[in-house]
Design a protein around this ligand. Sequence first.
Ligand code: ADP
Ligand code: ZN
Ligand code: ZN
Length: 743
Amino acid sequence: MAKLQEKAAPILRVAVDVPLYRLFDYEIPETIAAERLKPGLRLSVPFGRAQKTGYLVSLEERSEVSGVRLKPIDGVLDREPLLSPGDLRLLHWAARYYHHPLGEVFASAFPSGLRQGRTAVLERPVRYMLSAKGREFESELLQRAPKQKLLLEVFRQCPDALSEAELAASVDNWRPALKQLAAKGLVKFDDSAISAAVAETPPVKGNPIVCNPEQTAAVAEVCAGLDRFGVFLLEGVTGSGKTEVYMQIIGKVLERGLQVLVLLPEITLTPQLENRFRQRFAVDIEVSHSKLTDAQRQNAWLSMQQGAGAILLGTRSALFTPLPRLGLIILDEEHDASFKQQEGFRFSARDVAVVRAKLANVPVLLGSATPSLESLYNAQAGRYRLLQLPNRAGNAAAPAVRLLDIRNKSLHEGISEPLFAEIRQTLEKGEQVLLFLNRRGFAPRLICHDCGWVARCTHCDANLVIHFREQKLRCHHCDAEQPLVKSCLSCTGSSLRPLGLGTERVEQILPELFPDKAVVRLDRDTTQRKGSLENYLRQINEGRADIILGTQMLAKGHHFPNVTLVAILDTDSGLYSIDFHAAEKLAQMIVQVIGRAGRADKPGSVILQTRHPEHPLLTTLIREGYNGFARQALAERNAAALPPFSHQALFRVQAGDPFKPKAFLEAVKNLAAAKQTGGTLVLGPVAAPMAKRAGSYRYQLLLQDANRQALQQLLDRLLPEIDKIKKEKNLRWSLDVDPVDLY
Ligand code: ADP
Ligand code: ZN
Ligand code: ZN
C-alpha cells in the first residue's frame, strides 16, 4: 500500500473590505472541510480586533507572509458562492483596471446586508390580489373613498397579484386604503405560488405598439446578434421611441428564458417607467435603486441571483448583481454622469457594463438622445454599431428652437420682455410652460453694496447661497449653513443685496408676473421628502400646474405631454468652463431640456436666453443639432489630444494642511518619472479648481497617454509604491481612471 503523503492544509487568500491594496491569508479551522471552500464564498474573518466579512479569492499552498502565525477564519457564510466564476472574473478585471483594492470592489457587488455578513435568504414578498367579491364589486360604490377606488382600479388592471413594491409604485400611501379594502373583503393575500403562475404565461403580455421602420430596423439588428457579444449605440431624440425598442428586444430575450439587466440614471427610474415594464411583461421584475430599503434591494439581488427574477431595473449599483442567465444589458441615457461612481471605488457603469457583456458573450445596448463623445467615437471607429431613430415616434413634431439675445434687455428676475410675452401667450392657450434654471436656492451670492464684501464659506473656496424662505446662507459644497445675516460682516452696513438668480427667486416673482397661474418648482430642495417628486409629477400631468420651474432634475426622463414652451433662463453658465468636459455636458443638457417640449400632438417651441448668441457651441447646436456639435467637439478633442483620443488617470489628494497635498503629489510625480518607460504625460501637481473644500486643501496630478495599455502599465508599477510614501495621517489620496470631471 502506498504511503499517504503528508500534505499541508491549504491556506485561504482573502479580500477584506478595507481600503488596502493587499489580500490577507488565513488558516482553515479544523471544523471546516477544505473541499467546500470555493472562490467567491463570503467568510467571516478576524481582522484586527474586529470581525469582518471577507471574500475568498483563492486557496494557496503556502502564505507569502512569513514569520507570522496565521489566524483561522471564524466561519463560512454561504453554502455555495453567491457569485459565479464569471462574476469573479469581472470583479478581478475591475479591480485591476481601476486600480482599486479588491476587497472594496468585491464588497460593492453585494447589497449592504450581505456585505455585513447577514444570511442570504430570499424572503418571498407579500402579495395581494382581488377576492371573488372584489372582482365583481362596482367601483363607483367607492366614490366617497377615492384612494380605495384608485387602488381597486389598479388591481383590476393587473390580473396577477401585486407585491408591496408594485403597490407603492402605483399609489402613494396605499397601506391604509388596502387595509380598508381587505376589511371589506375585496382584497386578500395571495397564497398561491407565484413562480408557478408566472412560468405558465408567455413573458410578453398583450399586443405591443406597431413599430415605425426605424424602430423595426433597430430591433432587428440587435435581435440578429442576441447570441453573442456586440455593442449597439441607439441614438434617438427624446420621444423617438427608444424605450419601445428596448421593450421589443427584451421581449425576445425573455422568450429565450434569459435575464435582462436594465441600467438607468437614478432620477429616470420613475414609477412611470417601472409601470410600463410591468404592463408589458408577465415576468418577475426586480427594481433596485437608492430610494428602496436595504432589505428590498437585498431581495431584488437574491431574486436575480437565484434566477427567479427575469428583469432587473436598476441604477449604477445594480451593475454587479449576479445574473446566472444573463442575455442582454441595456444602459439608458448612457451619457449620464451618474453612471460614474465618484467616490470610493470609482468606476464607470457604462464601461464595466460593456466588459461584463463581453465576458458573458451577450449584446449590450447603449441608448441616448445625446450620446457621450466616447461612445460616438467608438461608433465612428466601428467598434459599436450605431442605430438611429431620427424622428419622434407617433406624430409629435420636433420643437422649433431659437436663441434669444438678452444683451441690453432688461430682465425681470431673469425673465426678458420677449420671453415674458411668449410665456403669457402659451398660458392663455391653456398649455404648460417649463422654465429651466440650473441653480437652486434664492441667489448664489450675498454682496455688500457699500464695501463689496461677499458671504463666503469658511470651509470651502465658495460663496454661500442664499436660501431666503429658510432665512439661511448655505454652502452647496459642504452643506455648512448659518442664519441669513442682516448687516455686512465687514463694514456693518445694511446694504446687503442678493446677486444672481436661483430657482427660489424666480419662483417668488412668477405669481406677480402671471397671476392665478399654478407654479411647481422641482429641485433638490423641494423634493427632499419621500414621494414629493412623484406628487409634483402627478400634479403636472393632471394639468394642475401651469408653470414648471426647475433644475436639471427636469431635463431627465420625465414626460410632460402638455408642455409646449420650454425656456432656458441662463444658457451661458458653463460656456466658459476650464474643464474640457463642460461643453459636452452643456450641449447634452440643452438638448435634453429641448426634448421636454411638445411631446404629444401639440408642436413645441424652445427659447434659449443668452448673452453669447454667436458662441459656436450654441450656433452649431441650433443649426446642426447634437450631431453637428458632437462632430465639432470630437475634432477639437482630437486636435488637443484629449479623451477619447487619449486616456487619463487623475490622482486627487486632500489634507487639512495646505502644503502636504502638493508635497505628496510631487513624490508621486517623481515615482512616475522613475517607473516610466514610455511617453506618459504627467501634468501637475496643481491645486484643484476648488482648492479648498469642506476644510481640506486639494491638489491633483494628471496622467495622460494616447496608449491605454501604456498608461495601465505605468499605474501597475506605480500603485504598489505609492502606499510606501510617508504621509501624515489625515492625508487622503485617490485615483480616478477615466475621470469624467477634473474637479
Ligand atoms: P423615448 O424612450 O425615446 O423617449 P418612448 O419609447 O418613451 O421614447 O416613446 C415616446 C412615446 O411614443 C411613448 O408614449 C410611446 O408609447 C410612443 N411610441 C413609441 N413608439 C411608437 C410607435 N411606433 N407608434 C406610436 N407611438 C409610439
Ligand atoms: Zn462649504
Ligand atoms: Zn460692507
